[in-house]
Design a protein around this ligand. Structure first.
Ligand SMILES: O=P(O)(O)O[C@H]1[C@H](O)[C@@H](O)[C@H](OP(=O)(O)O)[C@@H](OP(=O)(O)O)[C@H]1O
Ligand SMILES: [Mg+2]
Ligand SMILES: [Mg+2]
Length: 384
């Protein structure tokens, strides 16, 4: 198996991501609670791209829970666990509360009740989900040792990616091998692990809390995905899609619906209009590439962050792909051949404040196949 520390870390991240998914589901199930939770982000924390960018209590609670649980078992990583959210939450009375996970369910419930304007029922429900032990999730893998020590690692958390879809809550029935552009299934819990000295993503866990409805009427069921990649060690819950890339003549690319017209036009010339797709959520778009529902995800703007890409990037690397910085790749003379084009996760951007410190500023391309990446970059170089 992986070295004891790394195997334990993977097991823990799978469990805590499942707990996070439970919290996300509980928050949606309780309609009055859900209304209470939605709060608009302000100031520097706001992702500038969106008119409405919501910070929900679910986001804050999930991130704190993951930080708490991972920090408790791996104190050597505790100071290096970061995420999209801050742990401050303002309730309807204008009181600012620091959300923390306490040592007992009762204490956590009492603290959450202050955030929830004294709604004890809602607070107890949430505290129960936070303190519940999820079933152990087996990664079901045997393999050589990963020569890394948890003390060398850092973690990025996106407690809920595609919050807008989470809040909107449209229920889609997923078809196998089919990309569904929007809906609850786009909301993902993302936990990515990187090497602090190099910024290289080495482990990723993705939980999709709203994958399908229990046919017996028991509500939503989730799905989890994971990957580990270090040196020549590659493990992933997802098999690389079958068929050689040559079998399909034209590439398929998934984009944000807000992608620039010039980029759409450049890609249409390479892929054809029927091979361009649109989907919500940065994490979900990379997951589509991992699953082979699209060959690549191209984003020309700096609207994603380290917490969006770290976890799915590790899975892509584990199946032989990666995520490169688009503007660096367009400027490089040797195509995208260089490992240096891959996104890294350890250094903040210079001259930035707030969330922008950790933006993937140059845009990105997520890919499974290197030759496909190469033709994408070449086309964009020629046409942009
Ligand atoms: O929901 P949070 O955790 O804030 O993360 C967002 C990303 O930062 C955005 O880049 C995504 O926008 P695009 O889907 O337009 O790329 C955005 O997707 P969405 O607006 O399509 O839901 C989210 O993935
Ligand atoms: Mg996100
Ligand atoms: Mg988020």
């Amino acid at each position: 198996f992986f070295s004891a520390g790394m195997a334990d870390l993977l097991g823990l991240l799978l469990r805590v991501a499942e707990k996070a998914a439970n919290v996300a589901r509980v928050c949606r199930q309780e309609a009055p609670l859900f209304q209470l939770l939605v709060q608009e982000k302000t100031g520097e924390e706001k992702n500038k791209k969106f008119v409405q960018d919501f910070k929900t209590l679910a986001d804050v609670v999930i991130q704190e829970m993951i930080r708490h649980d991972v920090g408790a078992q791996f104190p050597e990583i505790a100071a290096f666990i970061k995420g999209e959210e801050s742990n401050k939450f303002e309730n309807g009375l204008g009181e600012s509360v620091t959300v923390t996970v306490c040592s007992t369910e009762e204490e956590t419930a009492t603290l959450l009740a202050t955030v929830l304007d004294g709604d004890d029922t809602a607070a107890s429900l949430l505290a129960k989900a936070i303190h519940q032990d999820p079933d152990t999730i087996e990664s079901g893998t045997d393999g050589p040792t990963v020569p890394l020590n948890p003390s060398e690692l850092g973690i990025w958390i996106d407690p809920i990616d595609a919050t807008s879809q989470y809040i909107e809550g449209r229920e889609e029935v997923l078809e196998e091998n089919h990309l569904s552009p929007s809906g609850l299934h786009c909301a993902l819990v993302l936990i990515g692990v990187y090497v602090r000295s190099t910024g290289e993503p080495v482990m990723g866990v993705i939980n999709q809390p709203f994958h399908h409805k229990d046919p017996a009427g028991g509500g939503w069921r989730g799905k989890h995905y994971w990957g580990v990649c270090f040196g020549n060690i590659h493990f992933c819950s997802e098999a690389p899609p079958k068929g050689s890339p040559e079998a399909e003549q034209r590439l398929s690319v998934v984009l944000s619906s807000s992608e620039k017209q010039t980029v759409k036009e450049a890609l249409t010339s390479l892929c054809g209009p029927d091979r361009l797709m649109y989907a919500s959520g940065a994490g979900y778009k990379i997951l589509c590439v991992i699953q082979g529902l699209a060959d690549a995800y191209v984003l020309s703007e700096g609207s994603t962050f380290k917490w969006d890409s770290c976890a799915p990037h590790a899975l892509l690397r584990a199946i032989g792909g990666g995520v490169v910085d688009l503007s660096l790749s367009l400027r490089s003379s040797c195509g995208a051949q260089d490992q240096k084009m891959e996104l890294t996760y350890h250094q903040p951007n210079a001259d930035c404040t707030g969330a922008d410190l950790w933006a993937n500023r140059g845009g990105l391309v997520a890919y499974r196949d290197f030759s496909q990446l190469h033709s994408l970059i070449q086309t964009l170089k020629d046409k942009l």
